[in-house]
Design a binder for this molecule. Sequence first.
Ligand SMILES: O=c1ccn([C@@H]2O[C@H](COP(=O)(O)OP(=O)(O)O)[C@@H](O)[C@H]2O)c(=O)[nH]1
Length: 437
Amino acid sequence: QLRTSLLDMSAVLPSLSRPANHSRISYAAMFDAGSTGTRIHVYTFIQSYSEQLPVLDNEVFHSIKPGLSAYADYPEAAGETVRMLLKVAKKSVPRLDWKRTPLVLRATAGLRLLPAAKAQALLDQVQHVFDESPFLVSDNSVSIMNGTNEGVLAWISLNFLTGHLKAPAMKTVGILDLGGGSTQITFLPKRRVSLFFFCFFRFVFPLHFCVSLIFNWAFLPQQTIESAPGDDYVARFDFLNSTSELYTHSYLGNGLMAGRLATLGALGAEGLEWQVFKSSCLPSTFRDDWSFGGLTYQVSGDPNGQAGYKLCYQEVLKAVKGIIHQPYELQDGGVFYAFSYYFDRAVDAGLINNVHGGTLQVRGFKKRAKEVCNKMTKYPPVSPFLCMDLTYITCLLKDGFGFKDSAVLQLTKKVKNVEASWALGAMLDHFHKLRIH
Ligand SMILES: O=c1ccn([C@@H]2O[C@H](COP(=O)(O)OP(=O)(O)O)[C@@H](O)[C@H]2O)c(=O)[nH]1
């Protein structure tokens, strides 16, 4: 079982778990209302009397498809989804603890993409289900989370789980999250202090190495932050009595499902009853209905037989070019954890193990995209969208964020048995106010 200190980053935390007889067990349930599904994370914490902050002992995770936005016109049905997931909370939390176990729901891209009134009707329905439940429901229990928080909280979750928040000067990992409706990139720009450290030991390193480090020391960190296109590419949060500054951005409309719509030219289109959206990223003989966000689209391959990687890449590029900003510095050699649809599609493509994940170079996605796209009509893949999805991921990483072919991603579903997601970070924020700004 996982027993990791919850806020190692605040130094007031226990280093590892404490014996249960000196502790009190508590629970908390975080609902993730995503564009493609709704999930519950029930966390068990051990609160030591001698420590200010708790230790994470366990996570119970369950998910249901589709997401709340699929019920945009039937909010009661959305409430039913939440009611079903509440059964997981009731099973995981002892009855005596229900009254003091907080419920929190944060919605992401699915609700951000809906008209405000429809999104509010769904949130009201969830609030009603929460209020009827025997759990602890506070004023800000149900809301739409903004994209910046989504990126920052996922970064906090992953760095906490991988043990990278123990000391302020420690190396951290970047995160890449590919949802259905939006995608997030977050990393800590290089720190001057570590580069200065190398030059301090100049006698060990060659002169040109030191000169280049001094150049980086002088320019890189500011460049990443200062060359960011706007305030919504930089976020700060408080820990260890100091404020950390991250490069982060959430691209609404660039999740994998929204990316499919953009590729098909169906984003915001009218006449869905009679239009057929064609793409050379789909097998030429393929034709079917496809639903996302409560709408159904008729989609097909190109009946003239135009299909394959090159044509497909040109199509997906339209959804990426001029939209995704390339950060000045992508942590040269730094580690990026890639999860959600990056993980799922790498599994579908046979690139990684479906339990353990693994490392993959960006060129691995590209190579597999070419193979799948160039023979999809002869050898239908597991999903008719696999060519489009792998090509979109390749394009997003390379022409979007600007990763090199040789960049290595750590494809991850769980770390120490806990889901790679923003949910744990959001729970920390709910309890300990990280003041993301
Ligand atoms: O705890 C989680 C939350 C999400 N996902 C994956 O994240 C992707 C979709 O994310 P979502 O529907 O939340 O999209 P968003 O609303 O963030 O755009 C799917 O592959 C999910 O299986 C996951 O594996 N674990």
